[in-house]
Design a protein around this ligand. Sequence first.
Ligand SMILES: C[S@@+](CC[C@H](N)C(=O)[O-])C[C@H]1O[C@@H](n2cnc3c(N)ncnc32)[C@H](O)[C@@H]1O
Length: 340
Amino acid sequence: MAKEDQKELPNNTRLPELGSIIDIGGTRSMPAITKELLLHEPAGRRILSVVTLSDYPGLQLWSKLTHTPTYYQTSDEILLLQKYAVEISSSIVPGSVIVDIGSGGLRKVMPLLDEVEARQMTVFYFALDLCREWLEDDLKALTSRYTHVQCFALWGSFTDGLEWIKQFNGPKVFLSLGSTLCNNIIPVASKGLKLWADAMVPGDVMLLGYDCNLDEEKVRESYIAPEGKFDDFIRHGMEHSNSLLERDWYRPEDWELFREAEFQNEPQALVHRFVFRAQRDVKDEVLGVDFKQGDRIICYESFKYPPSVLQQQFSLAGLQEKASWKSPVSDIYEFLLVKD
Ligand SMILES: C[S@@+](CC[C@H](N)C(=O)[O-])C[C@H]1O[C@@H](n2cnc3c(N)ncnc32)[C@H](O)[C@@H]1O
């Protein structure tokens, strides 16, 4: 059989029914991730995990925000992917299993998949994310659009995805679009990237999209949406944490929400974050929550690293940059990474 006609996964793994959603962990790890970051202060920082924003209402709010004219992160990366789709997709070989790590919306990945489809090349695309209803919507759109690109979804966390991918020994493509990987303080970011790098063997590739903009005003403006919609999205995460932790520990009146942006050296970055600040002491003995007035919880933190800092992260993770492309309109990049 010509490789282009291949209709089964590379190592004879039984192909799931086209368009199916595979439960590789569902939302089971969400309470644990929320607890770990919010209650145990890893790396000395209390963080409201982005998983709290990854339910259906959260992703619907987020998707609307990506259409805000000042939210350049989505539109500029789409322009990049449209402009270089032919070059970028030439690194995808027939029969590849493509895992879209934190697939979110589909607008970005479509230019790439359209190009693969136009070449009539069979590949197996798996959207990995935490919200089943969201994945269902996405899959409907994809399966009606493609024949050669066979589409599926993995419903679960990144940890579940890493475990699931171990069964394949054929060519793999990892997509991390929208600064999904590497967006953290360096020790955490490098560790996360290395987990995916360790799942790669020579011949596999990772396409990593990252926002390297250091223009403070542009970045600040991008996190402001009409009618306070960005704040609604962030507050939704706190409300959702009540149901994830099965305790109404969060009461909006106890917390002030604001945003801040700062330049940091060592490593160089522009960091933008939303911050909840306690207006009074907040306690929940069952959960072990004990916030003092003035304590902070960081949410939706964005590390805008220049390419040189990302390149250090790639090399720490054992990845080598094979090519890169820059958005025609801003400092958004795609990096094509291979195993050292
Ligand atoms: C920054 S968004 C990027 C979405 C899309 N790739 C893009 O570029 O527009 C990150 C996505 O990763 C998902 N996500 C975040 N943490 C996750 C985790 N631990 N496991 C699975 N998905 C996660 C979120 O639900 C969200 O859809």
